[in-house]
Write a protein that binds this ligand. Structure first.
Ligand code: PAJ
Length: 280
């Protein structure tokens, strides 16, 4: 695996691959890799001739009081994991390389960026869409792989790519979970044993919504009410949102008549976790 820390060297190399008419896959990450990230790499390997990944903890998607400085950084181990999965190129720039002085241009997907996590994390999705469009301009992949774990992120990136005519195909891959159901996340490392246990309320609330749906409930409100009760009984977890929305527009749905996204976010102490399922 070749490591590139500058934009020019990364772009030269990816263009060289594209000239060979290879289908070029890309997996953007912030590192602290786990099986969820590696599932994206495996999907990319299965669908592409050559795969690049990036590791960049992107400061513009963190709020001023969020965990940018303490975000887990495990670069050496990440490199080993990516190499073992057969990744050919790793782009790992510094913050200065990605954001030169006086960088003032942002990409905002208006009307969507404020929804879900964007509501409790103002500016978060603007940072995501800005860095992802920069990464696409640098790496110039044919296809990029994202996790359904961050369902709103996928919807917003799909809209950005459509609206800005970015020639990159977006593939969403299923959520990878721990054996007890907790969605894998780099932030799970922050949880103490008691919080780790309490964190199961996220996946359980989604499972129970699914059971109610399977029993014939179609109205969104009773599913939301039931989940709020579950959180009320688990005081170690503070519910941020539990929403039932259209998976592409992120607009709330009142009745589940077509595939709908059930998305939850909650705080365990200061750690914020998210999860979702699709019903219908
Ligand atoms: P990060 O949180 O590192 O996640 C990188 C990719 O891995 C994302 O597409 C995310 O959805 C996916 N992923 C994380 N946990 C997963 C799981 N349990 N199952 C399946 N996929 C999972 O998301 C970001 O980084 C950043 O916002 C980024 C897109 C890199 C832009 O900075």
């Amino acid at each position: 695996m070749q490591l590139f820390e500058t934009i020019d060297t990364m772009r030269d190399k990816s263009r060289a691959w594209r000239r060979k008419n290879k289908r070029f896959g890309f997996v953007p990450t912030m590192g602290a890799l786990h099986e969820g990230h590696l599932s994206l790499v495996r999907a990319a390997k299965a669908q592409c001739d050559v795969v690049a990944a990036s590791i960049f903890v992107n400061p513009t998607q963190f709020g001023p009081n969020e965990d940018f400085s303490k975000y887990p950084r495990t670069f050496e181990r990440d490199c080993e994991l990516l190499e073992n999965e057969g990744v050919s190129m790793l782009f790992a720039p510094t913050v200065e390389e990605m954001y030169p002085p006086r960088a003032v241009t942002y990409v905002t997907v208006e009307g969507m960026s404020e929804k879900l996590c964007g509501n409790s994390r103002p500016g978060h999705f603007r940072g995501v869409t800005t860095v992802v469009s920069k990464l696409f301009n640098i790496v110039e992949p044919d296809v990029a792989f994202f996790g359904q774990k961050d369902a709103a992120q996928v919807a917003i990136i799909r809209r950005m790519v459509r609206d800005l005519n970015i020639p990159v195909e977006i593939v969403a891959c299923p959520i990878v979970r721990e054996t007890d159901g907790l969605a894998m996340s780099s932030r799970n490392a922050y949880l103490d044993p008691q919080q780790r246990k309490a964190a199961l309320v996220l996946s359980r609330s989604l499972k129970e919504a699914q059971v109610l749906y399977q029993q014939g409930v179609r109205d969104a409100q009773p599913l939301i009410d039931h989940s709020k009760e579950m959180f009320a009984q688990q005081p170690s977890a503070r519910l941020d949102y539990f929403e039932i929305i259209h998976p592409a527009t992120l607009e709330p749905v009142e009745k589940i008549i077509s595939p709908s996204l059930v998305a939850v976010a909650a705080y365990l102490g200061t750690t914020r976790l998210i999860d979702n399922i699709v019903l219908g």
